[in-house]
Design a protein around this ligand. Structure first.
Ligand code: G
Ligand code: G
Ligand code: NA
Ligand code: MN
Length: 249
């Protein structure tokens, strides 16, 4: 349809941009930001990534867009204090393209970002196929010093074998389990178990979609390492993120 054609032009026309959502360690200091892709369409207005990323994937555009996201996010991160990390979401196409590790090494070198300040977020769907190649890619990123987090944890398939075989630094618990944490015993049990499991494996835990003080309090009490969500900070533009850092320093 029409969106597909205009998406091809979006990059050249600078209609794509990034927002940054802060991540907090549990005592309550900012430890980094997750970069979130947005499309400001000249006629339609802002189109959410859930709508246009699948189109970009299907049209083979996501590799190029993903490279732009990576470079833009890494360059922005160099303006923050050097203790802060930047998390970049990887699409399946990007992850499976044979050139990821080379282009990442190039980008962080070009912008001058320390490798351990970059974290990739991947979902389990990325890992469903090509396990040997996946393991190679993850190990190479790991050796470079880049961190890997498993995004939306708990919502897909056989997660436990991934934990055994792949070198993750962080699990991000999907907001599905965080939303009803204050009232649902099952969510509490699941989240508590995920935290215990991750910590037993030396993996840190981030809770996504934290919206209430009650959720934050419960997660801190249970030893969750990092919190992300509208309670603590919504996704914001690059300029706002810089000010946010300055204010919370
Ligand atoms: O920010 P929002 O809730 O609208 O994001 C919706 C989805 O889009 C999330 O699953 C998020 O991981 C994904 N997403 C956001 N930015 C990027 C990006 O730069 N690359 C990829 N592959 N996915 C992204
Ligand atoms: O799939 P991924 O976890 O990357 O998606 C992150 C998405 O979640 C972003 O699009 C972001 O806008 C959204 N998000 C972040 N914090 C909250 C929150 O507190 N509540 C809700 N409903 N969505 C959130
Ligand atoms: Na993510
Ligand atoms: Mn996520």
């Amino acid at each position: 349809e029409n969106l597909r054609r205009s998406l091809r032009m979006a990059l050249e026309r600078s209609e794509l941009y990034l927002e940054y959502q802060p991540l907090f360690s549990t005592p309550s200091s900012v430890v980094g930001f997750e970069a979130l892709l947005r499309w400001r369409h000249p006629e339609i207005g802002t189109i959410p990534p859930g709508v246009f990323i699948p189109i970009a994937e299907a049209d083979g555009l996501m590799d190029e867009i993903g490279r732009w996201v990576l470079e833009e996010a890494c360059r922005e991160a160099t303006t923050w204090p050097s203790s802060l990390t930047v998390s970049v979401n990887l699409s399946p196409a990007q992850f499976l393209s044979g050139s990821l590790t080379d282009s990442v090494a190039q980008v962080i070198d070009a912008v001058g970002l320390r490798a351990d300040r970059l974290e990739f977020e991947i979902t389990e769907t990325v890992l469903l196929e090509q396990t040997i190649d996946n393991l190679d890619t993850l190990n190479t990123l790991n050796v470079l010093g880049i961190r890997i987090s498993l995004d939306d944890f708990g919502t897909y398939y056989s997660s436990l074998s991934y934990l055994k075989n792949f070198p993750f630094d962080t699990l991000k618990i999907d907001q599905y389990f965080i939303n009803d944490l204050e009232t649902d015993q099952k969510s509490q049990t699941i989240v508590r178990s995920i935290i215990g499991l991750a910590h037993g494996l030396g993996i840190s835990v981030t809770a996504e979609g934290v919206e209430t003080k009650g959720q934050a309090r419960w997660l801190k009490k249970e030893g969750c390492d990092c919190l992300q969500g509208n309670l603590l900070g919504r996704p914001m533009g690059a300029e706002a993120a810089r000010n946010f850092v300055r204010r919370s320093a």
